[in-house]
Write a protein that binds this ligand. Structure first.
Ligand code: ATP
Ligand code: MG
Ligand code: MG
Ligand code: MG
Length: 566
């Protein structure tokens, strides 16, 4: 490609409203342009990277045995009602009503596709002989994010690879899950993106049922708790719930826990008294202690932060907040789940501390032998382990080494769903004795457009982007020092043709600009190899070759250019 024949509007200035390096660099290199908050055009240079990442994802999905399909982005609202996600998604779900003839129709724009694919499977899959199967697509997703930010890291419209697995047994699900997990590792490696797989809150299946893939980055919105000793890594939610650790650690400088003994425990008054004990504190945790062991952590306070956390403890993602039925299924006990604020007290008021404890600690309620709140139960009201303020250095829950906390960008998520969707949408299979069972599902997402931004966020220097080889928009930037010099252009055109014929992506900067200007842009857009032709070098029959990662260039006979670039 010749620069003058494509569209790469680079800019020198750092855009004022772009806070993080990836957003700044993607604007400066002309990779993206904003239409409105949360919606961006991928310009020609940016779109080439999107395509390269998509192709890597596709190859690895195919290699892992997943089958590609393509589903509608427009979806009937009724499906979200049947799974309870209309309410759970709330405002995040873009939806609209429209008329067709006399009929009123209500549609949603897909934030993800569990509903659509489960509906499809419910119609098409009937017997265990058709299982296991994993299907995927690469498609635009729509989420009305509260705060779209950081360029294409968080947008209201983004490209996702989403895969869904369907199985007739937990063993089959585990094989499918491992295949996706391993494919994710290969994908991020091939993209040149550093990643940490972290334990995330798992669904009703429990155990190691959910992992997020985090790209470590200072500006990441997630927090990863990582052990320097055994390498155990968890996201803040999981480390917070106390499933693997004991009492949440205290925030530095917080007041000592308020201890309250409840003679007639479990009434709403007792809890509200405790809440009144320290109403000024932003985030609170009620630690439920039985047999001197903390067995439940109930959070109250800020709605967005804490309701999400509590619900996630029941195995839901932040988009798919657990409904009562899910919680009851996990806990094996009835649960009252009331208003968003003060959720902890609502739960306690319903005398289901045992169920809550079991859910939060990952145990089965029936095994805990706890029935409601025992008189004399001892509560502690303490600060939550608020990782936004936490200092590194607490005890690893698995070994005794020190924990560190790193920021991360969630680039992928794999999740054992169980039968939530198959039950609500009637996706069943018949076993060999014609007995009906709900199909066991998993879901697996990668934010393709977010991966592109994460690569830029983690691979750059002061001069610009440093593209990893396999995702670079082009491999070589070919720079004629003087486009008006016929000798230079003859040599450059020959190299361009030879490289192109060898299957190498070349961008020739054929603009009539000063060398310094072009070198700055070459560093900015960051292609892996720079080849300069002209001046004294050309007279001596040489090309000047420099890798983006190197400081110095080397002179190479022009005829050897291809072998040096490959
Ligand atoms: P986040 O915690 O960042 O909001 P999520 O957990 O809601 O992400 P998932 O439902 O797990 O996201 O979706 C799968 C993947 O899609 C995520 O791992 C992420 O890479 C990507 N993704 C999610 N939301 C966005 C968004 N608003 N913009 C770009 N990519 C996104
Ligand atoms: Mg989200
Ligand atoms: Mg998330
Ligand atoms: Mg997620």
């Amino acid at each position: 490609m010749r620069w003058t024949q494509t569209f790469i509007p680079t800019m020198k200035e750092v855009p004022a409203d772009a806070e993080v390096p990836s957003h700044q660099l993607m604007l400066r290199t002309g990779m993206i342009r904003q239409l409105m908050a949360g919606a961006y055009t991928f310009m020609p240079l940016g779109y080439r990277v999107v395509r390269k990442v998509s192709e890597i994802v596709r190859e690895e999905m195919d290699r892992a045995g997943a089958i590609e399909l393509f589903m509608p982005a427009i979806q009937p609202m009724e499906l979200f009602e049947r799974t309870g996600r209309r309410e759970a998604f709330g405002n995040v779900l873009f939806n609209f009503e429209t008329k067709r003839g006399d009929r009123n129709l209500h549609f949603a724009l897909g934030p993800t596709h569990e509903e659509v694919i489960t509906d499809l499977v419910s119609r098409e899959i009937k017997t265990y002989k058709q299982l296991p199967i994993t299907m995927y697509q690469i498609q635009t997703k729509f989420r009305n994010e509260e705060r779209p930010r950081f360029g294409v890291l968080r947008t209201s419209e983004f490209l996702m690879k989403d895969a869904y697995s369907f199985a007739a047994s937990l063993e089959q699900l585990n094989v499918q899950y491992d295949a996706m997990y391993n494919a994710y590792c290969r994908i991020f490696e091939r993209c040149g993106l550093e990643y940490i797989p972290v334990e995330a809150e798992s669904g009703p299946i429990g155990g190691d049922a959910s992992h997020e893939f985090m790209a470590p980055a200072d500006n990441g919105e997630d927090f990863v708790v990582r052990c320097k000793g055994c390498g155990y890594a968890a996201n803040q939610e999981r480390a917070d719930t106390g499933r693997t650790s004991s009492v949440p650690a205290k925030v530095d400088g917080a007041a000592d826990p308020v201890k309250v003994d409840t003679p007639d425990a479990g009434t709403i008054e007792d809890v509200s008294k405790m809440q009144k004990a320290d109403p000024a504190t932003f985030i609170k945790t009620l630690v439920y202690i039985a047999d001197e062991k903390p067995v439940a952590v109930l959070v109250r306070g800020d709605h967005d932060v804490n309701e999400g956390k509590v619900r996630r403890a029941f195995g839901a993602t932040d988009l798919e907040l657990a409904d009562e039925a899910t919680i009851e299924k996990v806990t094996g006990a009835p649960v009252g789940f009331a208003g968003p604020v003060g959720i902890g007290c609502d739960l306690i008021a319903d005398h289901d501390v045992a169920g809550i404890a079991a859910a939060i600690t990952g145990a089965n309620a029936k095994d805990t032998h706890l029935t409601g709140v025992v008189p004399g139960t001892h509560f502690e009201l303490s600060e939550t382990f608020d990782l936004r303020n936490a200092t590194a250095g607490d005890p690893c829950p698995k070994c005794d080494a020190t924990l560190e906390i790193v920021h991360g960008i969630e680039v992928g998520h794999v999740f054992k769903l169980g039968t939530k969707y198959s039950e609500s949408l009637d996706a069943n299979y018949l076993d060999s004795s014609e007995k009906k069972h709900p199909i066991i599902m998993g879901c697996y997402g990668i934010g393709v457009s977010r991966v592109v931004a994460s690569i830029v966020e983690t691979c750059h220097d002061d001069g610009g982007i440093i593209w990893p080889m396999h995702v670079a928009p082009y491999t070589v930037e070919l720079i004629p020092l003087n486009v008006k010099d016929d000798d230079v252009m003859t040599a450059v055109n020959k190299i361009y043709d030879d490289l192109t014929a060898a299957g190498i992506d070349v961008l020739m900067d054929d603009r009539d600009q000063r060398p310094g200007f072009k070198f700055k842009d070459a560093d900015l857009i960051g292609l892996p190899v720079r080849v300069v032709i002209g001046g004294k070098g050309l007279k001596e029959g040489n090309a000047e070759i420099k890798l983006r990662t190197d400081d110095k260039a080397t002179m190479v006979p022009i005829g050897d250019t291809i072998s040096h670039v490959q």
